[in-house]
Ligand binder design. Structure first.
Ligand code: FAD
Ligand code: DLZ
Ligand code: SF4
Length: 514
């Protein structure tokens, strides 16, 4: 007699950032499996989320679930209500209702969620985890490469990724003869340069918004006309945004990657982070398309293609490895012992500092700012003024549509706030107005004087920049990468330093009025 396999019914949980349509889970329809989606209060409120982020995730979850149902899969979908606030409570209730004790999940990207789901194992549920089939590298490989190291080196990780994926490689050598073309990616926008119109998909999210409001979810920011929601809510839309960018914007991406301009909220950036982080779109596929464009189109330079690919197979994968290597301890790090609260205008954009007004303003109206705005405007200011990294984290985690802790906290607490004492970044990313003026047109419309540091109308970045290095000379003074700064400080007279400190103290005591 042949072996008879007994099929046990099973629930498979799909989280809001696990919308990967190519996952092998869906390769055949199995009536013993129920796919479960939960819109829930705890997930919608662990940070003050932007309304576009909550609406975008719920709309994308609903479309993904509807698609599975159309293909014949069993689907359980719970829309947002105030009842059963946590994922765990929802899942437990479903196991009881369906009388199913076996639950499978894709590996969550966040430590908090993994811990929460693991708790169910103590409540009579048999939990197991499978890969989300999205990332290119493994967290184990990352640990192996960097364990015991005092600081990480993105470049060595990136080269390993290039070799392992074969992206932009000729045999064992990098295409173009160099691994990294970063130095040519730092142009500001020439005067009168017109950024061409962007492409935006359109989705009507009116129903989702009504449900979010009815449930009483507290959100920040604005959404505009809900009939024309412009972030991708499915894989087809994500691909349309990406293809348009590939065709029209990639040639400019390299040159203007670090440039900022008033009324240009995304410049030549791809706006695919939300689609990537919710797994609507595959990172390796994205990089392959960019490589194809480089190989087939003369207008796509190696610096544009390499610059973009480095962000994805380099930085993005690197941050995930760093996250899983050091969490949960990473979330408590505060190297400089900063403890100030965020100025109130971080939540309104109402400040006289034009660069901050523009960056925060567009973050509130579009749930987006590009990398240099996040790093060298808002992050720079928070670090210079000694804001508690937990305050900074919560703001970034809530306001950006692409913010999920694994990629937010490593960028914010690590790269931007240097709260890990130099594990991720080799020196703090801070600057005075010089850099901001060079890379943007903000300073020309600002109430503050970008050229001075000790006057009543001096740009706060200028004063705080020098004060920051004086305040933290014990922790930074020996860092060879910032020797120049301390050599300049050493040449300043005590009076000059005193004037800077006096103005800095005034700024720090009056952050809310800047
Ligand atoms: P593009 O400039 O077009 O880049 C393409 C892709 O590269 C991005 O979609 C993203 O997936 C990846 N990428 C680029 N830089 C990074 C980076 N430093 N780390 C990881 N991936 C990167 N990115 C997030 O996805 N979520 C976050 O919560 C987040 N928080 C950040 C906080 C701070 C303080 C800083 C400095 C950066 C943060 N980033 C975050 C990285 C980066 O700013 C965004 O990925 C990028 O702005 C998204 O826009 P885009 O898709 O147009 O990017
Ligand atoms: C960000 C988010 C929000 C706002 N709401 C939900 C939700 O109601 N249900 C859900 O499954 N996921 C949501 N998410 C995304 C989760 O925070 C994400 O799944 C976890 O952070 C795991 O990385
Ligand atoms: Fe920002 Fe200072 Fe320039 Fe004003 S002068 S826009 S505050 S850098």
């Amino acid at each position: 007699m042949g072996l008879v396999l007994k099929i046990y019914p099973m629930i498979r949980l799909i989280l809001g950032d696990q919308l990967n349509p190519k996952h092998t889970w869906y390769s055949n329809v199995d009536p013993s499996i129920t796919y479960a989606f939960f819109e829930c209060m705890d997930e919608a409120s662990y940070a003050p989320h932007h309304i576009q982020k909550v609406a975008g995730i719920f709309e994308a979850m609903r479309q993904f679930a509807a698609n599975l149902r159309d293909k014949g899969h069993n689907v359980h979908y719970k829309k947002i209500t105030a009842s059963l606030p946590s994922l765990g409570e929802n899942l437990k209730a479903l196991t009881e209702n369906l009388n199913i004790t076996v639950v499978q999940c894709q590996e969550p990207d966040e430590w908090r969620v993994k811990e929460h789901l693991n708790e169910l194992s103590n409540q009579g549920v048999t939990m197991s985890f499978v890969s989300s089939e999205h990332f290119i590298s493994t967290t184990g490989g990352f640990k192996q490469q960097f364990s015991g190291k005092k600081s990480l080196l993105m470049e060595s990780f990136y080269r390993r990724m290039r070799k392992e994926t074969g992206i932009l490689m000729e045999g064992q050598q990098p295409v173009g003869g160099k691994w990294n073309f970063d130095a040519s990616n730092r142009k500001s926008l020439p005067k009168n340069h017109q950024v061409p119109p962007r492409f935006f998909p359109e989705t009507d999210v009116t129903d989702v918004l009504k449900d979010i409001e009815a449930a009483g979810v507290k959100t920040i920011g604005s959404i505009g006309d809900p009939k024309y929601f412009y972030w991708p809510t499915n894989t087809d839309q994500a691909k349309s945004i990406f293809y348009y960018w590939l065709e029209h914007d990639l040639p400019y991406f390299g040159d203007f990657q670090d440039a900022m301009a008033r009324n240009q909220w995304a410049m030549y950036h791809s706006r695919i982070s939300f689609a990537l982080n919710t797994k609507m779109i595959d990172p390796l596929w994205v990089c392959q398309q960019v490589e194809l464009a480089y190989r087939n189109r003369p207008e796509v330079s190696i610096s544009a293609a390499e610059g973009f690919i480095r962000q994805i197979i380099g930085w993005r994968e690197f941050m995930r490895g760093a996250y899983w290597m050091r969490m949960p301890e990473f979330g408590t790090l505060n190297y400089f012992e900063h403890d100030r609260k965020l100025p109130e205008w971080f939540w309104t954009g109402e400040t006289h500092m034009e660069c901050m007004k523009q960056t925060i303003g567009q973050s509130l109206s579009h749930a987006y700012a590009h990398h240099i705005q996040r790093l060298m405007i808002t992050g720079n200011f928070a670090l210079l003024s000694g804001i508690d990294p937990s305050e900074v984290d919560l703001w970034y985690l809530g306001i950006y549509i692409d913010a999920f802790e694994w990629v937010e906290i490593t960028n914010t607490r690590g790269m931007s706030q240097f709260a890990d004492g130099g594990w991720i970044a080799t020196k703090p990313y801070v600057s005075s107005a010089n850099y901001i003026h060079k890379m943007s047109d903000y300073c020309g419309s600002c109430k503050y004087d970008r050229k001075t540091k000790t006057e009543a109308n001096s740009c706060p970045f200028n004063t705080l920049y020098w004060d920051f290095y004086m305040r933290h000379s014990d922790k930074l003074g020996n860092n060879p990468r910032i020797g120049m700064v301390y050599r300049t400080l050493n040449k300043m007279t005590p009076e000059a330093k005193g004037e800077i400190q006096e103005r800095a103290n005034w700024i720090l005591n009056n952050l809310n009025t800047l």
